[in-house]
Design a binder for this molecule. Structure first.
Ligand code: PMP
Length: 393
């Protein structure tokens, strides 16, 4: 059933029609766009495009109404009933996290306060907090930044060690939903349990929104930050969703300028498309592709999948691959593997993956999938890795 459903959906992405034989396996970097999203942008720009929140002529009022409708659409997509929450538009996750740091957290912290942030996730979820600490230090406000404890074997947060970094001065926690290298769900429910009900949590959802159902009714977090381009919409768009219950309302300073109206329209259209396709099925599909890949890799003795503790096929580990599998080969350099895969039309990412604390010596091959990827593409990757292994050993 899923195979024919997927076939139909893949056909809705014009880019694949134009490039037969090429497999795009780099969706964690950015996703491809279905025709419905491109059409919505075209329709918006060719029927009453104007600036937003200013002017009273028909196209201006229409654009303002349209953008407000997109805000509501995004709220609905996040399972938000709209009880005091806000949706602010940004240029992406990096911009959104920085906005939370500079436009909100900066006003909350006083001398001696502490925050907990991830040191081994995407660097966009580390720099804003460190920069804020440094800026406050120059004004005489000393803030301690504590690293979220990590289990070195699995790359997961070490939830058992978390209580040891939570203190009476903990004012904020930044966390990741799905890790962009390990594909692991970082278990934000557990973090809420440990830090208690009063500490605001900011969730970097760049790799979860648009990939699987994400509901703020279920996640007791205060900020959800994500990028449009990673959820089938245009680049240069993103969202900060804020609950506004713990602390003052989030109010973005940058909102005075002209936002990326076409991009915002594309996000609403992408959520429409994802709803129609079915996010739970999309998640089941991408999880199955990851299982296929990790199963195949587990038969290659030189391969190590990152963020995986024990046997690759142990259920708990396989389940944790949310659309992303990253691996290294003991005998073949990752950048060489990347070149050979690209030569075969298999577009993966082979570098250090913007992971905080890593440098270019830490290369690895990342395969990341969305609904348009197929089991055949995974098998082609496995065949190339196996061939390289034979040649390399
Ligand atoms: N956080 C995570 C987990 C990511 O995967 C990414 C993108 N790779 C970012 C933040 C940054 O997103 P953007 O480049 O859209 O700002």
């Amino acid at each position: 059933r899923l195979a024919s459903w997927q076939d139909g959906l893949r056909a809705e992405f014009p880019i694949f029609e134009r490039s037969p034989g090429l497999a795009y396996l780099d969706s964690a970097a950015t996703t491809q766009k279905p025709a419905a999203v491109l059409d919505a942008v075209h329709e918006f720009l060719t029927t009453g495009n104007a600036n937003v929140g200013r002017g009273s002529h028909p196209w201006a009022t229409r654009t303002t109404a349209r953008i407000e409708a997109c805000r509501d659409r995004i709220r609905r997509a996040l399972g938000d009933t709209g009880d005091g929450s806000t949706v602010d538009f940004t240029s992406g996750t990096s911009d959104g996290l920085r906005a939370v740091a500079d436009d909100w957290l900066a006003g909350q912290l006083t001398d001696g306060d502490e925050i907990i942030v991830p040191f081994g996730d995407h660097q966009s979820n580390l720099r804003p907090w460190l920069d804020l600490r440094d800026r406050l230090a120059r004004t005489g406000v000393g803030v301690t930044v504590r690293p979220m404890p990590v289990d070195p074997a699995s790359g997961d947060y070490d939830h058992r060690a978390l209580p040891s970094v939570v203190t009476g001065r903990t004012r904020f926690v930044a966390t990741t939903h799905v890790h962009h290298v390990f594909g692991a769900d970082m278990n934000v429910h557990r973090i809420r349990e440990v830090v208690g009900p009063d500490v605001p949590i900011c969730l970097d959802a760049a790799q979860s929104v648009g990939h699987r159902p994400v509901s703020v009714a279920d996640l007791d977090v205060d900020f959800v930050v994500f990028s449009g381009h990673k959820m089938l919409a245009l680049p240069g768009t993103g969202v900060v969703w804020a609950r506004n219950r713990r602390g003052p309302r989030f109010a973005r300073r940058g909102w005075a300028g002209t936002p990326n109206t076409a991009g915002i329209v594309s996000m609403a259209a992408a959520f429409d498309w994802l709803d129609r396709a079915g996010l739970a099925d999309i998640h089941a599909w991408t999880t199955a592709l990851c299982v296929r890949l990790t199963d195949g890799l587990s038969r290659l003795p030189g391969v190590r999948v990152l963020g995986c503790q024990n046997s690759l096929t142990a259920d708990s580990d396989v389940q944790r691959r949310d659309g992303i599998v990253t691996f290294r080969h003991a005998a073949v350099r990752s950048d060489d593997l990347g070149f050979v895969l690209a030569d075969e039309g298999l577009m993966v990412r082979a570098d250090s993956h913007c992971q905080a604390g890593r440098d270019t010596d830490d290369l690895a091959v990342r395969v990341s999938v969305h609904v348009y990827n197929t089991p055949d593409e995974i098998d082609r990757v496995l065949a190339v890795v196996e061939r390289c292994e034979r040649m390399g050993s």
